[in-house]
Design a protein around this ligand. Structure first.
Ligand SMILES: [Zn+2]
Ligand SMILES: [Zn+2]
Length: 133
């Protein structure tokens, strides 16, 4: 095991995660707090949830983006697809973009593996016949 700085509190820790076990425990407690609050108060807005549970909005958003929580009726329009902006319930992308992103990732991996990507200028397959008319 290697010694790492906790991404949250900066404490040195031996571990596999990005945060130390203390922070992991705290994060888990917050998660459960938000989760049980939402179960009982699905109509609460995100701000309200944050105020009532003491968990900050970015932290709650992280739970949503990580796919651990789903938006409830009170915050139905809060979470947007990071690619096309349509409302989603959990995660980072809507189903359509998720598929596209997965394909992109696969394509990139394949290209890297086969050594196709040398320069990233302008992305793959740009038209090269500009101004040749
Ligand atoms: Zn920590
Ligand atoms: Zn989308």
């Amino acid at each position: 095991m290697e010694l790492k700085n906790c991404k949250r509190c900066g404490k040195l820790h031996y571990g596999t995660g990005r945060v130390c076990s203390d922070c992991m425990k705290k994060e888990e407690e917050k998660f459960l707090l938000v989760k049980s609050y939402l179960k009982e108060n699905p109509d609460s807005s995100l701000i309200k949830v944050s105020e009532e549970t003491g968990v900050t909005v970015p932290e709650i958003e992280k739970f949503l983006r990580d796919g651990r929580l789903e938006v409830t009726t009170g915050m139905s329009d809060y979470l947007k697809c990071m690619k096309c902006g349509s409302p989603i319930k959990t995660g980072k992308y809507c189903a359509d973009c998720e598929k596209k992103v997965m394909n992109d990732v696969k394509t990139v991996y394949r290209s890297v593996a086969s050594g196709e990507i040398k320069t990233q200028k302008g992305g793959p397959k740009m038209h090269t016949d500009f101004g040749r008319k």
